[in-house]
Design a protein around this ligand. Sequence first.
Ligand code: ATP
Ligand code: MG
Length: 138
Amino acid sequence: MANTTLMMIKPDAVENGHIGNILEKVTNAGFQIKALKLTQLSKNDAERFYEVHRERPFYGELVAFMSRGPIVAAVLEKDNAVSDFRTLIGATNPEEAAEGTIRKLYATSIGENAVHGSDSDENANIEAAFHFAGRERF
Ligand code: ATP
Ligand code: MG
């Protein structure tokens, strides 16, 4: 489906108590929550989720970070979901993120940047299936 994206609220934002604030910004921006859970990635889960970055120098750090504590995973629906959600979260590096974006407000560094958003419709579908069984999606 071209109108869904997969969000993760990353361990840093969960640890810092931002789940409620982030979900409020997401729903205020017009996204509907179609699936939602608090969960934790194993090291192997994080390695598979970020497989595309395996050769990057930060891969080990990224896997350790993403598996160190609970995350919130959600499927979000809206027209133009992938692109509009990436606009809402802002640039990967919070220092470069626009004012008012989720990463500008809640991220602490380029590595610990509060939220994930899918980068294509194809990956949104793959990532939603990674986190949710069919009966968990509405
Ligand atoms: P995400 O996929 O998590 O939504 P993104 O699409 O903005 O983020 P990617 O290039 O896909 O950015 O990088 C995935 C994640 O890897 C980033 O969100 C960040 O946590 C981490 N990362 C990216 N670049 C760096 C870097 N230079 N140093 C440390 N960590 C990085
Ligand atoms: Mg990405």
